[in-house]
Design a binder for this molecule. Structure first.
Ligand SMILES: [Zn+2]
Length: 279
């Protein structure tokens, strides 16, 4: 284990938490893109929500194909943005209704990927979970309400008793305003959830065929209900949130335009005064 500290931008963190809160029943996961400095401080600025291959509890892990595809995407971002050497530097997943403590499976997955990249880190977001007083201090409590969001950042080590987790300090670095990148990342999440439901429907239809009309109706009803649920609890609130961001940008644009006009006026006056003085 080598990562000393992790810094995640508030945009990327918001994206992870939003993804985690998208479903109460199953774990979700994604990859973290960023860079590492010479002191092994990992800086995360982009998230890549991933499609789950297996929705069962404790089965989320990125496949090699997903890691390769994400590496290509991360490279494209690096070229299009700051020019810094961005790469896939971690993964995140949710723990609905349980603590953010990494499971043995999580530690095994983490250790396997860490063998290829020693700075690779894991983030676990516990959500829809009720507070218990005995939990360790290093898990960050976002709210102290009955249901709260907790975050654990970790790497894994190998011991005689198997793989264990090692805590890595996590800092959230503020971004001045929600960015275009955040909007792009948020829009990916409902698209991903829709695709997952579509795959589930296709798998069910492949099993039952189209001769059993009752099964067909049942499958289509479940699919329709899932789509309505995504729209209701995720897509519509997100649309409202993005609309309020847009209104805020419009307001700021008007204010900046006015400030620019005032500054131009002052500049004209200053130039005129300078000309008179010179004459
Ligand atoms: Zn887990």
């Amino acid at each position: 284990m080598t990562a000393r500290r992790v810094e995640v931008t508030s945009d990327a963190f918001y994206g992870c938490v939003t993804h985690a809160l998208s479903t109460e029943m199953e774990e979700v996961m994604g990859l973290l893109v960023g860079d590492v400095d010479n002191d092994h401080v990992v800086r995360i600025s982009v998230i890549l929500p991933l499609r789950r291959m297996d929705k069962r509890k404790d089965r989320v892990e990125p496949s090699p194909e997903q890691l390769c595809a994400a590496a290509v995407q991360a490279e494209a971002w690096a070229m299009g943005s700051s020019g810094r050497q961005h790469r896939v530097i971690g993964w995140y997943h949710s723990h609905p209704h349980i603590t953010s403590m990494p499971s043995h499976v999580d530690c095994g997955t983490q250790f396997t990927i860490q063998r290829m990249d020693k700075d690779f880190i894991g983030i676990i977001i516990s959500c829809f979970h009720t507070k218990t007083p005995s939990e360790p201090y290093h898990r960050v409590a976002m709210t102290d309400a009955v249901d709260r969001v907790q975050v654990t950042c970790f790497q894994a080590a190998e011991t005689r008793h198997g793989h264990v987790s090692c805590h890595v300090p996590l800092d959230i670095t503020p971004t001045a305003a929600p960015s275009q990148l955040l909007a792009d990342q948020l829009v990916q999440i409902p698209n991903l959830l829709f695709k997952e439901e579509q795959s589930s429907l296709e798998a069910s239809l492949a099993q039952t065929g189209d001769k059993d009309v009752i099964a067909l109706l049942q499958n289509i009803s479940v699919y329709t209900q899932a789509l309505c649920s995504i729209m209701d609890i995720f897509a519509i609130p997100m649309l409202h949130s993005l609309q309020s961001c847009l209104s805020e940008y419009e307001r700021r644009k008007v204010s900046l335009r006015k400030e620019k006009q005032d500054l131009e006026k002052r500049l004209k006056v200053l130039r005129r005064t300078k000309t008179i003085t010179e004459v």
